[in-house]
Design a protein around this ligand. Sequence first.
Ligand code: HGY
Ligand code: MN
Ligand code: MN
Length: 422
Amino acid sequence: MSKATQVDATTAAAVVLERCAILSRCTETPGTICRTFLSPAMEEAHAQLREWMEDAGLTPCLDCVGNILASGDAPLGTPRLVIGSHFDTVPNAGPYDGVLGVLLALSLAQAQRGRKCNFALDVVAFSEEEGVRFGAPFIGSKAVTEALDSELLAQQDKAGLTLQQALEQFKTEHPDALAPCLTCNTCGYLEFHIEQGPELETLSLPLGVVTAITGQVRGTMAFFGRAGHAGTTPMAQRYDALAAAAEWIGQVEALALATPSLAATVGQIAVYPCAVNVISAEARCSLDLRHTDDSVRSHALSQILEAAEAIVAKRGLRFTWSLNYQQSAVPMDPRMIDIAERAVARAGYPLHRMASGAGHDAMVLAPHLPSGMIFLRSPGGLSHHPDEAVLTEDVAAAIAAGISFLDEFDRAVGAGEITASA
Ligand code: HGY
Ligand code: MN
Ligand code: MN
């Protein structure tokens, strides 16, 4: 292993975990972890990340969607590798989803300092991956790879502010924030992330190399009935929107249980007028539907919409469906998979290729850059939960594999297998 690999990965792992704990205190809800897009908690995290990025010898730049891209010093034209992840969270989150990838990247930048090689290492922290505030995920990584379209900019948060207005407000507060973009000559993206599922733990493996990221559809299903008196309206004469939604949610779950590898989740429901003694007039449900095979996912969506049609026909109600987000399954770059596998093996860990059931910024970068992901085991397969965990020895394994990845990537750039984008 190279000189850098002598870096005591366990000591470096302890620093990464301590920093995860520090960042978990940048939260909108003291006592739990919640850090949403452009919130004051995110601003606190900006300050802390910039300090650590400068300590690692990088130059951090804030952009006008709240991403921070921290660049390593290198002559103009040097090919660049970006390593990072997101640092926003879901509500009541765990301490590792996203931020662990940013802090592992910083640990590698620290280990890389002063090393002479064919590429420069940049670290990125994306500001909005979860889609909590505006219902649309990946705003941070989308902003650096493509323009944010007018439909996305018009999405509103709970306070009725559009994304466009929120970005204008942020720009006013941060006039030197740059236009979102990757440094020129960026030729690769690597993301470390907790698996967030049970596969690696079931196999007793510390690391996994991701082959593809599942595609997903997110939307809102709204049922419309008629409000009525809970005491005087006979059961057979009701147009109960919440009862219709409940029937539909049960059918969504049954379909997913009957379709191998399909994941379907109704995570939100809003009811109107939401009173104990009033029959519901409206019930709006979120739908998150995922499968690595786009045709299976789209067939499942048709079945879910047909189920809603049958339910409202039977009950004399109506429904509307609005698609909020659609993303096809995305394969990782074969060269990055190969480099990651060589790195994991060189670091002395068993190899395991796997698909990702969770979405990640790498799926947004992949159409623009050779992209790869390395997963760390999730104890209990738990994530999007305060008990989300990661093992110190697995963080040390990721650091050792990451340092080997830098060596292997350096060889690949030197051999012309990966070149700087035009
Ligand atoms: O929802 C997801 O797949 C990811 O955690 N944003
Ligand atoms: Mn997440
Ligand atoms: Mn994540």
